[in-house]
Design a protein around this ligand. Sequence first.
Ligand code: ADP
Ligand code: MG
Length: 246
Amino acid sequence: MIELKHIEKRFGDLTVLKNVSLSIAEGSVMALVGPSGGGKSTLLRCMNLLEIPTAGSVEIDGDRLDFQPGVKVTTKSIQLVRRHSGMVFQNFQLFPHRTVIENVTEGLTTVLKWPKERARERAMALLDKVGLAHKADVWPSTLSGGQQQRVAIARALAPSPKILLCDEPTSALDPELSGEVVDVLAQLAREGTTMVMATHDLRLASRIANQAIVLDGGVIVETGTSHDIFTQPKQERTKRFIATLT
Ligand code: ADP
Ligand code: MG
């Protein structure tokens, strides 16, 4: 479904990702863990090309892009690969001046040029799925953080992406509010949604993910099933990091 090969990302002199290769099968859920600054967000942003890798290749659902220093990729080819993924951010990033349902329909009507009615039907179905159909016409600011994140998940799923990318989806939320977001993500996982999620939330990762990758200093230090990584890590760095999680 998604394959990264030899991804390198530099910001000026700083190399943030070094030779990162991974593949994710359709229907599997991968947790991306590791200390702050390890490169998790940058790796997710490289997967949906919010950041352009300095080198390596990204392939999603058969569409592949190769990157080389100094060689520009076309906007058109970036868009082709980007439309395969949806992104959920730590701080929700809803449009504050759009109602809940407008947040979900926005990309469908502006980017995909769907007719308004069709976009509305799709958005209502997704809001229903995340338990927020009754909040369709309110402003995001009137919602709790957990509700806002569920809207953000509905918005990310609207164009039926092949893969859902989540960057610390619960870390801005109190434990009781993160539970409702974990429940929604768990349901998506059960339905076979392919996901990659950066998280410090062991409850989230161990409940939902089947695979895990530990990223530290821009390199993959360990990969395996999430069960093995969380219960019997092999690398010293992983052991030390897992011990800091609760
Ligand atoms: P994580 O999500 O694991 O905390 P990040 O991917 O956010 O890690 O950051 C990895 C490293 O890349 C950090 O050293 C960070 O300062 C650096 N970094 C991230 N984005 C940029 C940027 N736009 N410009 C320069 N450095 C960046
Ligand atoms: Mg991050």
